[in-house]
Design a protein around this ligand. Structure first.
Ligand SMILES: [Zn+2]
Ligand SMILES: [Zn+2]
Length: 264
């Protein structure tokens, strides 16, 4: 299995996952044109994608879904609630959908996909793990806090992509956001902070993942080095088994472009 973050953060989330002959995207939050451009740059033919999984209806996850799916004739895997909330309108009849449940596993080719519900201000949003050939990816963004279910599901992941959206202090003083938006982000149905991630890494993380990628970073209320340093400090509290090689294992997803390939 190999995986690449094509886009991450409020400008648009797209994850590419490949195993054998199977290729999927999780979310197309970039415009279809930009997603296609980046995939082509990464050596991936957009028309070779076998399925698009949509985690929830927010624009930074669904913006390019309709155009990308229709222009490449790709089936879209999503819950009924998310499909309705996406409001594909007159284009809906021209799209192919596969109804999934936010808590029931399904397969696309050689990939086993295990969604699970997360607390977020969307109709029926989920995070997921993807397994193939004995390797496991955890993909957990867009949630207000880390539930016990999240801890249970990501155990054993070889690659963990985890939201580290904001620094709480930077968010509180950010001049660009109205207070109502700050309250939304900070709420139990908002986004994970660096503190949430630190607490998870210091208490619940099993230490297995060879790659921990901090994702969905806010450009206004976080900084890659601040997020990464918080994660490294949390791991250092766990002792040498966890802090071993942490500098190499912990990275941040680029909010303006693609992140490097990760091979498993
Ligand atoms: Zn998002
Ligand atoms: Zn969201």
């Amino acid at each position: 299995m190999r995986v690449r973050i094509i886009g991450s953060g409020s400008s648009g989330n797209v994850l590419y996952v490949e195993s054998g002959e199977t290729r999927i995207l999780v979310d197309v939050g970039l415009s279809a044109r930009e997603a296609s451009r980046r995939l082509t740059e990464a050596g991936i033919d957009p028309s070779s994608i076998d399925g698009i999984v949509v985690t929830h209806e927010h624009g930074d996850h669904s913006r390019g879904v309709s155009v990308f799916a229709r222009s490449n004739d790709i089936p879209v895997y999503l819950t009924e609630g998310t499909r309705e909330a996406c409001q594909f309108g007159r284009f809906e009849s021209k799209m192919r959908f596969v109804d999934v449940q936010s808590s029931e596993s399904f397969q696309i080719g050689s990939l086993d996909i295990h969604p699970f519900a997360v607390p977020h201000d969307a109709v029926d949003s989920f995070a997921l793990t993807i397994e193939s050939g004995g390797a496991k990816i955890g993909f957990v963004t867009d949630l207000g806090y880390i539930t016990q279910l999240v801890c249970d599901r990501v155990r054993g992941a070889d690659v963990l992509i985890l939201e580290s959206n904001h620094d709480v202090e930077m968010l509180k003083i950010c001049p660009h956001y109205p207070w109502s938006l700050k309250q939304r982000v900070l709420s139990k149905h908002g986004h994970l902070s660096n503190d949430h991630v630190s607490a998870f890494l210091a208490e619940e993380f099993d230490g297995r993942a060879s790659h921990v990628v901090l994702a969905h970073l806010s450009k206004n209320t976080n900084h890659p080095e601040v997020a990464r340093l918080a994660a490294l400090q949390a791991l250092s509290k766990r002792g040498p088994l966890f802090s071993f090689d942490a500098e190499r294992r912990v990275s941040t997803a680029d909010p303006d472009g693609m992140s490097p390939w990760i091979n498993m």
